[in-house]
Design a protein around this ligand. Structure first.
Ligand SMILES: C[S@@+](CC[C@H](N)C(=O)[O-])C[C@H]1O[C@@H](n2cnc3c(N)ncnc32)[C@H](O)[C@@H]1O
Length: 188
């Protein structure tokens, strides 16, 4: 039987991910400020056109680092266009993921996966890799859209997090979002 290809949000829809209405509903500064301090090293995985990436760079400041990682080169190019010639250019590294691997070796204080986990075909493998990329004590923030991800599907994701060794520190559904925050606890 032919394997069903997983849906990935196309570059043509990048405009729907970065606009004034979204900024009003999902203010990046409000969402990220509780998790990011100046000087941190942070990863925006499945960054798309960088709606959250740029704010991450402002929050980590000149002593911090941001890696923006996506499967699609076209999404990374959208970010490149936004930051070229600005001070954020120095803080943000663009990284192209493989279909089945993020493929980074750095370790992070915070990893953001916003509206992307439901696009990953093998969530267990993906979340194991995310775990390995976090520093002990580092946070993973997953936010999924209720209009694409059922309560049961989200529950499955949180079960996988626990199997990978994460400790879930908060979980909630609000407005159009389902959100979970999980921490890497061990040193191995
Ligand atoms: C719906 S968009 C969300 C983009 C961004 N996080 C935001 O909230 O604006 C999902 C993004 O995840 C990326 N993506 C999907 N699967 C991925 C994977 N396995 N590894 C890296 N990026 C992935 C897609 O290319 C797309 O840019």
């Amino acid at each position: 039987m032919k394997e069903k290809k997983q849906y990935v949000c196309p570059v043509e829809l990048a405009g729907s991910l970065d606009n004034r209405a979204r900024r009003w509903m999902q203010n990046p500064s409000k969402i990220l400020t509780p998790y990011i301090n100046p000087g941190m090293t942070v990863l925006d995985v499945g960054c798309g056109p960088g709606f959250f990436t740029l704010e991450m760079a402002r929050l980590v400041g000149p002593e911090g680092k941001v890696v923006a990682a996506d499967l699609q080169q076209g999404m990374l190019e959208k970010i490149r266009q936004k930051i070229t010639g600005t001070t954020l250019n120095e803080l943000i590294t663009l990284h192209k993921c493989k279909e089945d691997e993020i493929g980074l070796s750095a370790s992070f204080d915070l990893i953001l996966a916003f509206y992307m986990v439901h696009e990953v075909p093998d969530q267990k493998r993906f979340l194991e890799e995310v775990y390995s990329l976090l520093k002990p004590g580092g946070n993973l923030l997953i936010i999924e859209p209720r209009f694409h991800v059922s309560g049961r599907a989200f529950e499955k994701t949180t079960e996988i997090l626990s199997h990978c060794g994460f400790m879930i520190t908060s979980q909630k559904s609000f407005m159009i979002n389902r959100e979970v925050v999980a921490i890497r606890t061990n040193l191995s």
